[in-house]
Design a protein. Structure first.
Lengths: 530, 318
């Protein structure tokens, strides 16, 4: 028997619940994914991201697309490229320096501006033609490297363009996965003033710009008209927060201020797991190595390079990092198609000592430039101490010279010959054969051209490189690139140490994230539960 | 008085000029290059040279310095290289974020340290004195960034009372100190910032009050039959000039020296900005921030000097 008073109370309670539900229903109507980045500032979001590949990950592929895109849908294999704003591309059968791109039709930028051949040509001029009103030197700094091999671009019709390269380049499509297309209408509307464009940036990507608080947060919203329906974000809003301090990121996740944290430090991982956070790790083309200077002693002698590699007890390093890295026996990771079956330098201190003795380097004095932190550098100070200890155990005498990340980038960009370092600890992203093989090992890419920092030179490698660039059959090209990579490892072209597993910590509220074997990640499938 | 103030203001000009020269030179001596952050890892030397020219960084150093100085004279601190935004706006926005928490911290520390210092001096050698001294030594010795991390673990992670990081749930642009939802973001940075000046000022207040209480005139006051409370008021008036000087100095330190605390809490103030500018070698931003901070430091000291001469008539006479 329920008294009328109780009925009243129940009715009141039911009414209250109803009101509360309505109120919270309104408040939670929008699902928001909040991400803590490791960057110290919001990366450039005008179509030429800075702050390393983290910038591309969060302020690049979210807002913009390239002619090609990275396929980030699988955790099982290293990501490769797929069609993006172009539906297909092929080299001209009569001219191996001419690539024909079929553009995706029916795509518009976020501001309604149509994507077509004119827009594509306008975008190339943005970084290639200093006389064009839209020319942007800052964009050249970030994007110039991807168009360096382009001689000219022709419009064939509204949905077809031809890109003429300076030299035959079978790997050119990879470059186009890194070059973003931005709305020509938006830039023109801003009077070609990129600071004005920054207020209303516009791309074709799965997210649209909403607002920014400088240095603090970048807010993007779902592009529900995205051309690829499978990649329409499963949350309404993406908030990106720069948080350079690892302990701050962990605390922000634990206190519920963010949902997704990049690179928690290994010592916070047990605490995060205990609190129910999901820790995801996956191998990806990352390489924590020592680049070696090979035009002068001692590393011009292959025996010294091999000795250094045999001196590495990589499992010790993995243990120190609580398992968020895997041993590296070469630059690439084993799911990349060009990995091959090269020689491996397993830990063998006796062999290392013998090789050093044979090379007559005793004590083998080396000076190594290292950074105190930096994008992709993991935990550089303790890790370098361990490398030093292991090298010294076999007869090296190592002088570590720490500097901040910006200074080390300077050492890298200028090339080995301007300094007296025998090695630098500089992590690179061997995401494709261009960056992971060709530009690292071919003599022509020695500074100032590009990134063969230590002036490595092996005629066999150069010859294979030229063959690969001229081979337009992907399967055959992969065979050549694999040989090339194997040869570089046989030459002990660097000191291989570990590959990062790129830990990320996710709130239990999130589901659907597939961590790709890539520097870039697709956030669109993430569902945020209330 | 006005003449004194005018003289002091004129004297700040060479100090500020010196500051600009030193910070310009130091930034140049340090290895690193602002252009590198704008380049992709696979960029060529030609790309770098083109960008360097676009920012005028290919000019000889003295030329770069005087171009910058000329603009500063008309209030233009140049453009940030990393962000391509006007430095003046960046620095002033950050400065407003810092000055408020620095002021709250230093006033809080000042009030507490006066109470602690007086009690400790009055009860010199007793248990309460020892307890206060322990707190003060803790405040002086403990690194504020470490304290920051610890309070985050306690209040944000374990107790979930306060947010761990940032300035407001939607960023500093809509932040209000008068709204609890916003103000709670400021509480932990204020605690971390307040503790070191609290320690220093407690120790100084204690020793100054103790010294005054041992002087003959205090004995005379007591002999005249004044209550202990009145005696203490006399003592406090005597230490005021010193206390105000300390307050100014600590405020100056907090404004300029909060790099670590602001980084731990991602508080978008001058310390955070400075840290970012150093790491990216953003020379105009670095110079602009240092110049504004140095100006603030000099002005605070000027205000303190003037305030001291008002509080202590002896200084005016001298």
């Amino acid at each position: 028997m329920v008294s009328s008073r109780s009925w009243g109370a129940l009715r009141f309670a039911a009414f209250t619940v109803l009101i509360l539900n309505a109120a919270t229903g309104r408040a939670s109507a929008e699902s928001v994914l909040r991400v803590a980045m490791t960057a110290a500032d919001i990366p450039d979001y005008t179509g030429a991201p800075d702050q390393g590949y983290e910038g591309y990950r969060f302020a690049g592929y979210t807002l913009y697309d390239g002619l090609a895109l990275w396929d980030l849908s699988s955790s099982d294999k290293a990501a490769d490229i797929m069609p993006g704003l172009a539906t297909s591309w092929s080299v001209d059968p009569n001219n191996d320096k001419r690539w024909v791109y079929k553009l995706r039709q029916g795509v518009t930028y976020h501001d309604g501006c149509p994507w077509n051949a004119d827009s594509a040509l306008w975008n190339f001029k943005r970084v290639m033609d200093p006389k064009a009103p839209q020319f942007n030197p800052r964009h050249v700094g970030q994007m110039g490297t991807y168009v360096v091999n382009i001689a000219s671009v022709d419009k064939i019709d509204d949905s077809t363009i031809a890109i003429n390269t300076k030299v035959p380049s079978s790997l050119f499509p990879y470059e186009m996965a890194m070059f973003y297309m931005i709305s020509n209408c938006a830039v023109e509307k801003a009077g070609n003033d990129y600071n004005a464009y920054m207020q209303h940036p516009s791309g074709t990507g799965p997210y649209k710009f909403d607002k920014v608080v400088p240095h603090e947060r970048l807010e993007l919203v779902k592009n529900d008209k995205y051309w690829n329906p499978q990649r329409i974000p499963k949350h309404d809003r993406l908030v990106l927060l720069p948080m350079p301090e690892a302990s701050t990121r962990a605390a922000a996740l634990l206190s519920g201020q963010v949902d997704f944290v990049e690179a928690p430090s290994p010592d916070t991982i047990p605490r995060l797991k205990e609190a129910g956070m999901k820790i995801v790790t996956v191998p990806y083309p990352h390489n924590w190595d020592y680049m070696l200077r090979m035009d002068v002693p001692p590393f011009n002698d292959i025996r010294v390079r091999q000795a250094a590699n045999y001196a590495m007890n990589r499992q010790d390093m993995v243990d120190m990092l609580q398992g968020v890295a895997v041993a590296a026996t070469q630059t690439l990771i084993d799911t990349q198609p060009w990995y091959g079956k090269p020689v491996t330098y397993d830990y063998n201190p006796d062999k290392a000592k013998a090789l050093l003795k044979e090379a007559g380097c005793d004590p083998c004095v080396i000076k190594v430039g290292i950074s105190t932190s930096g994008s992709g550098q993991m935990q550089p100070l303790p890790m370098n101490e361990l490398v030093k200890e292991q090298l010294e155990a076999v007869g090296f005498k190592v002088q570590l010279e720490p500097m901040d990340w910006n200074a080390l980038i300077g050492v890298f960009l200028t090339g080995a010959k301007k300094y007296d370092y025998n090695a630098i600890n500089f992590s690179m992203a061997p995401i494709d054969p261009v960056q992971g093989i060709l530009k690292k090992w071919m003599t022509t890419y020695a500074p100032p051209a590009c990134c063969n920092w230590g002036f490595f030179s092996d005629p066999k490698v150069d010859q294979l490189g030229n063959e690969a660039l001229g081979e337009f059959d992907a399967a055959k090209r992969n065979v050549i690139l694999t040989k090339m990579n194997e040869q570089a490892v046989a030459d002990a072209s660097e000191l291989y140490i570990v590959h990062d597993l790129n830990p990320r910590a996710l709130s239990p509220k999130l589901s659907g994230f597939v961590q790709a074997q890539s520097w870039f990640q697709d956030l669109t499938p993430i569902v945020v539960s209330p | 008085m006005w003449l004194y103030a005018a003289r002091r203001i004129v004297l700040t000009i060479p100090i500020l000029l010196g500051v600009t020269i030193i910070c310009f030179a130091l930034v140049q001596i340090a290895p690193g290059d602002p252009i590198q952050n704008l380049l992709s890892p696979t960029a060529s030397a030609a790309d770098a040279a083109r960008l360097r020219a676009a920012y005028g960084l290919d000019q000889p150093l003295p030329v770069q310095y005087f171009i910058w100085l000329g603009k500063v004279m008309v209030g233009d601190l140049g453009m940030s290289i990393a962000n391509n935004t006007p430095v003046t706006g960046e620095v002033l926005h950050a400065f407003m974020n810092t000055i408020v928490i620095a002021l709250i911290s230093v006033v809080l520390a000042f009030v507490i340290s006066m109470i602690f210092g007086i009690i400790a001096a009055y009860r010199s050698g007793k248990l309460v004195d020892k307890a206060i001294t322990a707190i003060a030594v803790f405040g002086i010795s403990v690194p504020p960034f470490w304290l920051g991390v610890i309070v985050v673990i306690i209040f944000a992670v374990n107790l979930s009372w306060l947010p761990a990081t940032g300035m407001g749930a939607s960023g500093s642009e809509n932040f209000s100190y008068f709204r609890w939802a916003d103000f709670k973001f400021a509480i932990m940075p204020i605690i971390a910032l307040a503790l070191p000046p609290l320690g220093i000022m407690t120790r100084t207040t204690r020793s100054s009050v103790a010294e005054i209480l041992n002087q003959d005139f205090v004995q005379t006051l007591r002999a005249k039959g004044l209550s202990e409370a009145q005696v203490i008021i006399h003592a406090v008036r005597n230490i005021m000039p010193q206390a105000v000087a300390m307050l100014g100095l600590q405020l100056g330190y907090l404004i300029g020296g909060s790099v670590l605390v602001e980084t731990v809490f991602t508080w978008p103030g001058t310390g955070y900005l400075l840290n970012k500018a150093v790491l990216t070698r953003d020379i105009p931003l670095l110079q602009g921030t240092i110049l504004v901070l140095a100006t603030a430091f000099v002005l605070i000291n000027l205000v303190v000097d003037l305030a001291q001469s008002m509080i202590d008539p002896r200084l005016k006479r001298s």
